[in-house]
Each structure stands twice: as C-alpha cells, then as structure tokens.
Ligand binder design. Structure first.
Ligand SMILES: [Zn+2]
Length: 143
C-alpha cells in the first residue's frame, strides 16, 4: 500500500468514526427508566438534558408554518403530546380536555396560560384530548 493510500484509508476511518458519533441512534436514550426520567424532567421543569428518539419526529419546516409555532414547539419539546399519547393509549377518549388539563397542570402552567393553550388547540382542530393528537401533534411531526 502506498503512503497516499494509507492516508486515504486513515481519513476514511476517521470520517466513519465521526459519523458514528453523530448518528442519532448512538445519542438517544434506550433505557425505559431513563426515558421516563427525561420525560418527567422536561414536563415539570422544562429542562432537557438528553435527546430522545421522539425528538427525531419533529419536522421543523412543517411546524414552522404554523402561526402558533412557538407555543406548539415548546409543548412538543416539553413532551406534552408524548405524555398525552401515553395517557390516551388503551382508553376511549371522553371528548373532553380532561387528560390535557392534568398534564398542563403537572407542567405548572398558570390557569391563564392553560386557557391560552387550549384556545390554540381548538383553533388547530384539537377540540378534545384525542383530536389534539390527531390534528395538532400531526402539524409538528412526520412529512
Ligand atoms: Zn376525543
């Protein structure tokens, strides 16, 4: 092997290493318990300490088209929709904001802020807990 080849091989190795470090799969949490802790931390205090697989669902280009982008992206990052999905799973929606109110209370929003958030949900087709998932979370994720 010529010196040039060896150098190229070394460079390729280095690039591969860098790429592996950057791959989201290596960064996101896989452990259930650690995921739950991160979700709770974000919900309650808004502090994000690590990446979650859920974060990769966020579609910035799509979400930023919405007039209420700031509020909706904050709620996404603080795991509101994630938690609502969890709470709704296995339940039949009673077509109220019961679960949303529970979660928003846990997030320590004031009554006024909660009303503002519910108005934004309604404006975007989120007229109850399940409609928030169907119509509002959908504005932020996927293609
Ligand atoms: Zn519903």
């Amino acid at each position: 092997m010529s010196l040039g080849n060896a150098k190229r091989t070394a460079n390729r190795e280095r690039r591969r290493e860098l790429r592996e470090q950057l791959t989201p799969e290596n960064e996101v949490l896989k452990d259930r318990k650690l995921i739950n802790e991160e979700v709770k931390r974000r919900l309650v205090s808004g502090v994000q300490t690590t990446a979650l697989e859920y974060d990769t669902l966020f579609n910035y280009e799509k979400a930023s088209l919405n007039k209420d982008f700031d509020l909706l992206s904050l709620l996404f990052q603080r795991m509101f929709f994630y938690r609502l999905n969890e709470k709704l799973s296995g339940l039949t929606c009673d077509h109220t904001f019961r679960l949303s109110n529970l979660i928003l209370t846990q997030m320590q929003f004031s009554r006024g802020k909660m009303n503002e958030i519910l108005e934004v949900f309604k404006k975007n087709g989120g007229t109850c807990d399940c409609e928030i998932i169907y119509n509002v979370e959908r504005l932020l994720i996927g293609n």
